[in-house]
Ligand binder design. Sequence first.
Ligand code: GLP
Length: 259
Amino acid sequence: MELIIAKDYREMSHQAATQVAANIIVKPELVLGLATGSTPVGTYEELIKMRKKGMVDFSKVTTFNLDEYIGLGPKDEASYHHFMFHNLFSGINVKRENINLLNGLAKDPEAECRRYEKAIRKAGGIDLQIVGIGQNGHIGFNEPCDVFPTVTHIVDLSEETRRVNAKFFKDKKKVPTQAISVGIGTIMKAKEIILLANTKEKAEAITEAIEGPVRPQVPASVLQLHPKSVMMLTEQAAKGLKRIFDKSSKFSYIEKKVL
Ligand code: GLP
């Protein structure tokens, strides 16, 4: 696990976008896993700027989003489908046929899970996966539970997640109770994973994920087992990390890079 601590949100976003762009330059037909939430918005803005300057070409890139609320369609402003077109896809030259999103209105959500998992496999798996983290340690919509979910599946959202995510809904009562999420197993098969976290509200989850034991009750902790995972944090999100900030710490497996 590599740790990058940026001074602030702007630097974190710039660093993440630079890493995504570098991966596309090295492999133009990159399979890119994407996340939603407020955290990656700055990264997406940077990628749009890079595209406008001709620094990166998305024409051969394939994307897969991590999750979607059950019951929300593309026209719903709170859907992740709408979020992605609004915050990224409309500003870059990715081809529509190369964009993969979960259908929150699928009549048979179980079949939708199977379809999506198959599509990821057909694309050869994810090369670079961007993830955020929930205050309860979730990644995608893999909520704390007793066993790490493997493949794309239906999730009952926790009360905490529904409360935190209510900020994206005009009518707070309309936060869905279920979602579809790519599983931890599929996320972990990505060749590289970048986790982004920027606020102090994430500090506890980040400390647990990096310094605590690997356990499904803190889904992001599984990233400790990935050979190429990068925790890209702001100082605020990293402030609880004892092994980094305690000078007497004997732990050395985490590399600290201050941007
Ligand atoms: C949602 C998404 C997650 C995301 C999380 C954090 O729950 N399903 O993928 O990581 O929100 O959101 P934010 O970045 O707004 O804190």
